[in-house]
Design a protein around this ligand. Structure first.
Ligand code: PAF
Length: 295
């Protein structure tokens, strides 16, 4: 059994893609233990119904996928892990950076892995999950004991039919995605527009170059490869164009009245800048302005 903690759009994508009977959601404390039925719309082909059971207290999963929001992850794992064997690999799917390291530092003896995915998923209604765009998923070890588990984790995830790759160093992948999220998500939330519309907006055009300069300095300071700010900007604009009609996860959070992941995206970059003594006025401005949208 593959257990999934977090029944949002990404959790539902994995649950519906794994072979029938293979996935179960981890029940939230105090929530009902009923199975979770929903309609799943694959990228191509007809929509179908799935009914995913919740993990029974006597069941021991071989793998735990954690698809909670970055800010909910530590609390969710504090509740769930006492019932999960200490040698069960845990794969973290959170956006941004910061939450993965918190988990690895809290449970250093467990096999903890991180995943970076470009699969697109959304949830237009509570009981509907949509696989909006086909991508790929890279998985790598965060703790020492996870290293030997990587090949079997990739095999188990591949049972879904989704494309999964093993990655010896997952951090550069997490950074690549962080750059895209830091350059798209806050602008879509502040401008309340789909991804493609930020490209012509004065707010984006004014701040994207200084933002990319900050990120390039932070990456170099954090020991990542130095990527020229123009290249970072090009990567951000390419993704904004290729996902032009999408509502970003941050805009969707604001529209639904949920807490955003800004603390783990631009907010993470601000904290990193404080640690490395690198000024981050643009990341700070974007973080503070998005935080105000939540009030
Ligand atoms: O967070 C998101 O919504 C996505 O990662 C991205 C790339 C911004 C596309 O919508």
């Amino acid at each position: 059994m593959i257990a999934i903690l977090g029944a949002g759009s990404l959790g539902r994508l994995w649950a519906a893609s794994l072979p029938p009977g293979r996935a179960a959601f981890v029940p939230r404390p105090g929530a009902s233990s009923d199975s979770i039925p929903y309609q799943f719309h694959p990228v191509s082909g007809e929509a179908f119904s799935v009914d995913i059971p919740q993990l029974g207290s006597d069941e021991t999963p071989e793998l735990l996928l954690v698809t909670t929001k970055a800010g909910d992850t530590l609390d969710a794992l504090h509740s769930a892990l006492p019932n999960i064997p200490a040698n069960t690999p845990v794969v973290l799917f959170q956006n941004g950076l910061g939450s993965q390291q918190q988990v690895a530092d809290t449970w250093p003896g467990r096999p903890i892995l991180a995943a970076s995915t470009t699969e697109g998923a959304n949830r237009p209604a509570p009981d509907v999950a949509v696989h909006a765009g086909k991508g790929a998923t890279w998985v790598g070890a965060l703790t020492r004991t996870a290293e030997s588990r990587l090949p079997s984790v990739v095999d188990q995830l591949s049972e879904s039919g989704l494309t999964v790759h093993a990655e010896t160093d997952i951090l550069p992948r997490l950074w690549q995605k962080l750059v895209i999220n830091a350059g798209i998500n806050p602008f879509t939330a502040l401008l309340d527009c789909p991804n493609g519309e930020i490209l012509e907006a004065p707010l984006f055009r004014q701040w994207i170059t200084p933002l990319c300069e900050e990120i390039a300095s932070l990456m170099a300071g954090a020991g990542q490869d130095r990527i020229p700010p123009d290249e970072l900007r090009g990567n951000i604009e390419t993704v904004a164009r290729s996902t032009a009609t999408n509502t970003s996860s941050m805009r969707a959070d604001i529209l639904a009245g949920r807490r955003t992941e800004i603390e783990y995206i631009n907010g993470y970059l601000v904290r990193l800048g404080d640690t490395l003594d690198i000024a981050t006025p643009v990341n700070r401005m974007l973080t503070e302005r998005v935080q105000l949208l939540n009030h």
